[in-house]
Design a protein. Structure first.
Ligand code: NAG
Ligand code: NAG
Length: 276
């Protein structure tokens, strides 16, 4: 709904003068430079070479169409900053969701980093990820808030908040994240775009908008792909030296950045960073 009214307003603005186009909002940036110009279907299929293999439980779920449609709900995504910044943000996002859903192994066909988007839900969850100290996001009896979708959305408080932001009942119907590919991609982009204090948003970090705080400096956190890993799973993966999970994320990012013809930027790991 919002997308429809905003696109007509941007056409109106465009007909008045193009000068405003660059200053008004990221809506106009998204309209003028859709991310489909940076990632077409061919590149998408090259990044995710095996997502539709029979061996992948998510085969035929994570469609290009759903991905592009979901990005339209988040007009700042992949539209902020220079061309290189835009490509780097998209590559970083796709790399992180590839680690979360990856089905590769060291000697896998086409290498370990060609197997992103293979899974849509966590296979052997250790719990139902209900933290009942979050009173405002009460767990619904019998429901599991295990990892689902591209970012492997987990925990009642994330399902509750994502559902509220995106218009579904995340607490009562968490399964929809593994059943509806548009909603599924939206949950991953919601997580990417949304600041959850004291963590910044992954988006702000990757577009260079985030300014380090004193706490970051004290924790030896630096801006880059490693900080994004810290936001996503730092409590388990960061500040413990070289870590296979962190290196897997970096492996995807390097392959994708190369396919996007963009540099990865500095600070790829979080080996020496304390978590948030
Ligand atoms: C929805 O996804 C769950 C797994 O999270 C699955 O068990 C269930 O069968 C799916 N329901 C539909 C209607 O596809
Ligand atoms: C901070 O991180 C850098 C790498 O980014 C590392 O070389 C340095 O030793 C770290 N310092 C501390 C105090 O951990």
């Amino acid at each position: 709904m919002a997308a429809v009214s905003l696109s007509s307003s941007s056409i109106f603005i465009f007909s008045l003068t193009t000068i405003f186009l660059f200053s008004i909002s990221s809506w106009e940036a998204a309209e003028a430079h859709p991310i489909s110009t940076l990632i077409n279907k061919k590149l998408y299929n090259t990044l995710f070479l095996h997502k539709d293999d029979k061996a992948c439980p998510a085969n035929n779920f994570y469609t290009y169409r759903s991905f592009i449609k979901a990005t339209k709900w988040f007009p700042g995504f992949g539209t902020t900053g220079s061309l290189a910044t835009r490509k780097r943000e998209i590559a970083a996002f796709l790399a992180q969701i590839s680690h979360e859903t990856g089905g590769g192994w060291a000697t896998a066909p086409d290498g370990p980093y060609s197997w992103g988007l293979c899974y849509k839900e966590e296979i052997n969850p250790g719990s139902n990820y209900c933290d009942d100290t979050y009173k405002q996001w009460p767990c619904y009896p019998g429901k599991s808030y295990k990892g689902r979708g591209p970012i492997q959305l987990s925990w009642n408080f994330n399902y509750g908040q994502a559902g509220k932001a995106l218009g579904f009942d995340g607490l009562k119907n968490p399964e929809i994240v593994a059943n509806n590919s548009l909603i599924s991609f939206k949950t991953a982009l919601w997580f990417w775009m949304t600041e959850q204090k004291p963590k910044p948003s992954c988006h702000d970090v990757m577009v260079g908008r985030y300014v380090l705080t004193k706490a970051d400096v004290a924790a030896n956190r630096t801006v880059g792909f490693g900080m994004v890993t810290n936001i996503i799973n730092g409590a388990l993966e960061c500040g413990i030296g070289s870590d296979a999970r962190v290196n897997d994320r970096i492996g995807y990012f390097k392959r994708y950045a190369s396919l996007f013809s963009v540099q990865t930027g500095p600070n790829l790991d979080c080996a020496n960073q304390k978590s948030f």
